[in-house]
Design a protein around this ligand. Structure first.
Ligand code: EPZ
Length: 437
């Protein structure tokens, strides 16, 4: 189990460069299965989610090369069925395997998907995915160790509607409909920038997709698609994480590769809290301009709202704001588990079952602690922490870096699921830490 010993209280200052978004790159890799020629994806980070998806694609005969320059080639010329036992070895390691369904059904007529993993931030069911696939004509059988699918009559375009604009289920529809026979109309679609980038990739491959108003996406199925060449959208979750780290540690971080348009909602909140930023051609500088930080009221939401993945690092900065901040989490029912460790470090965060906000939310009047009130500023003190999940873990690291004294943070390898060269970046920012495997 990997552990970091961190001596905090020192501002993080310097530059980090970020690559393509974890939540786009992994899906773009799956999209390569749909082409009849090789694809080239640029700016692919070396993170463990990318490794898991690479291994699953390789099991299905895709030849992959991932260079140190971040360029990945994926050759799907010889796609083949993989052994269930080999696929099963990846059970619980990621949520991406569910997106293999459509492409594998098109290529092979069958698919086996292991039980899924990913962060424990709620139940994270796959009911929307399965319902959508059934609409396209897939026959689904639940086995003890995963899910088997077939498409005896091929996949046909369908009119589908999502009860909630799920990112993954929207991607499921896209990856399945592009080669399905006829027209698909999806209403209630998610429209995150990562989804728009996936649509751009699919269009390069030969797909016909239009994004209409009011969350409606229309796809006209085509008979065949080719490989693509694409530079992945930057990771705005990583950019927001470093921005929050700059604020929480009184620091100054230039995030190379970050862009303004996809971060506008975050930038507004960052400014309201009292953070400063400067937008340059090649990235964004985020810094604490001195003085007091202000409390804010935010509600996480689907795009173009404030992303759920931005909430956890920002909460650490809010422990340093003067007054009461409120965060209403409306995307996941259980994403405040990380606040226990922050309270152990001296933060004052109360979580509530009630909806503390005006957004319609699926979790009100139920047993989900999905609203948080943060009272600040509080001095953070060092502690022994175990990383619970990706974003929560990053927040704990930031809290340890902001705290006086020496903290021990274990299970840190989880952070490398989504942050490339995490420790090198911390070192480049002047963090005082040592690492033991
Ligand atoms: C993606 O997860 C991201 N993961 C998440 O990032 C991100 O938080 C989330 O989208 C929202 O932006 C990847 O892209 C790999 P959803 P996804 O389907 O697609 C419910 C991170 O830290 N739901 O939009 O799994 C679900 O339980 C991660 O980088 C169903 O009820 O998210 C949740 O409450 C964490 N049934 C809500 O919808 C379903 O079949 C949104 O989930 C599917 C989803």
């Amino acid at each position: 189990m990997s552990q970091i010993t961190v001596t905090g209280g020192k501002p993080l200052v310097g530059r980090v460069d970020i690559k393509g978004a974890k939540n786009l790159v992994t899906k773009a890799m799956v999209a390569a299965l749909l082409g009849n020629t090789a694809s080239v994806l640029k700016d692919v980070p070396k993170i463990s989610d990318v490794e898991v998806v690479s291994r699953l694609l390789q099991l299905h005969g895709v030849i992959i090369n991932h260079g140190d320059d971040g360029v990945m080639t994926l050759d799907p010329s010889n796609v083949e069925s993989a052994r269930m036992v080999d696929i099963d070895a990846h059970a619980g390691s990621s949520r991406i395997p569910i997106l293999f369904c459509g492409p594998l059904l098109h290529r092979l007529g069958e698919a086996f998907i292991p039980d899924l993993g990913g962060c424990h931030i709620g139940d994270r069911p796959i009911d929307f995915h399965l319902e959508v696939l059934r609409n396209f004509g897939a026959v689904i059988e639940k086995l003890p160790n995963g899910t088997r699918m077939s498409a005896p009559d091929g996949l046909k375009g369908a009119k589908v509607s999502l009860p909630y604009p799920s990112v993954g289920a929207t991607e499921q529809v896209l990856l399945t409909s592009v080669l399905a026979e006829g027209i698909t109309e999806l209403s209630g679609a998610a429209i995150e920038p990562e989804i728009m980038d996936l649509i751009a990739i699919l269009q390069k491959m030969g797909a016909v997709i239009s994004v209409d108003t009011d969350r409606v996406i229309r796809v006209e199925g085509v008979e065949k698609m080719r490989g693509y060449s694409h530079r992945a959208l930057f990771d705005r979750n990583e950019a927001a994480s470093w921005a929050a780290a700059a604020l929480a540690t009184n620091g100054d971080i230039f995030v190379g590769g970050a862009r303004q348009p996809e971060m506008m909602t975050f930038l507004n909140v960052f400014r309201k809290v009292g953070g400063a930023f400067e937008i340059e051609d090649d990235g964004i500088r985020f810094y604490h301009p001195g003085g007091e930080l202000n409390p804010v009221v935010i509600e996480t939401d689907v795009h173009p709202g404030f992303m759920t993945d931005w909430q956890q690092p920002l909460v650490v900065a809010l422990t340093q704001a003067k007054g009461l901040s409120i965060v209403h989490e409306t995307v996941y029912e259980n994403r405040f588990g990380f606040t226990d460790a922050l309270n152990d470090m001296g933060a004052q965060i109360q979580i509530y079952r009630e909806c503390l906000g005006g957004n319609p939310c699926r979790f009100g009047q139920r047993n989900f602690y999905h609203s948080a009130v943060i009272s600040g500023p509080t001095k953070l003190k060092a502690a022994d922490i175990r990383v619970p999940d990706l974003r929560g873990g990053f927040s704990h690291m930031v809290a340890a870096l902001a705290a006086e004294g020496t903290s021990h943070v274990s299970n840190v390898q989880l952070i490398s699921r989504g942050y490339e060269h995490f420790l090198d970046k911390l070192a480049a920012l002047g963090a005082d830490f040592s690492y033991t495997e």
